[in-house]
Write a protein that binds this ligand. Structure first.
Ligand code: XMP
Ligand code: MG
Length: 172
């Protein structure tokens, strides 16, 4: 396994994060959304997006796991660390790194909806639409990407490469 080529540059990522931040700020004007960070992959995107918002905002964290250090979803999603904060009547924006098969997002939505928020929207940095198994709606998408495994900017292969500033293809 080796890092192959840059798919999305640091400048492109930063420009798009600013755009999404402005869009969410407009859509939630006069409201106080709660951004839910899905650990670990979304942590880097979350930190940038959170600071790109110009409306008052709260944050919560949830950790899910589906991949056993490989590149294929097992379809089994585990809640490693649940939500502790109160989301009742909140306007929630779920922040994901990537939506692939959609299994993770389905589990996530069930966890969040059980807490009776007023509304839930989904923001994902990356979307691999050709891989979808579970139908899902994503309200804010950073970039659509082809069916290729990517790392960097929070995304890992076997827990490595999360700290890279760009998003790269990897060659298996
Ligand atoms: P599902 O299939 O549940 O997958 O929609 C979502 C989760 O799978 C991981 N994932 C990736 N991680 N590079 C990664 O580093 C990828 O190309 C990739 N595709 C899916 C990711 O953890 C995401 O939350
Ligand atoms: Mg992962």
């Amino acid at each position: 396994m080796e890092i192959e080529a840059t798919l999305i540059s640091e400048a492109e990522i930063q420009r798009r994060v600013r755009e999404i931040g402005q869009q969410i700020s407009e859509d939630y004007a006069n409201r106080e959304p709660v951004l839910v960070c899905v650990l670990k992959g979304a942590a880097v995107f979350f930190a940038d997006l959170f600071r790109a918002l110009s409306v008052p905002v709260r944050c919560e964290f949830i950790q899910l796991a589906s991949y056993d250090d490989g590149t294929e979803s097992s379809g089994q999603v585990r809640v490693v660390q649940g939500l502790n904060g109160n989301l009742r009547n909140a306007d929630v924006v779920v922040v994901e790194d990537i939506v692939d098969t959609g299994h993770t997002l389905r589990t996530l939505m069930a966890e969040i909806e059980a807490l009776e928020p007023a509304s839930v929207k989904v923001c994902s940095l990356l979307d691999k639409p050709t891989r979808r198994v579970v139908a899902t709606n994503i309200d804010y998408v950073g970039f659509e990407i082809p069916d290729t495994f990517v790392v960097g900017y929070g995304l890992d292969y076997a827990q490595k490469y999360r700290n890279l500033r760009e998003i790269y293809h990897i060659k298996m």
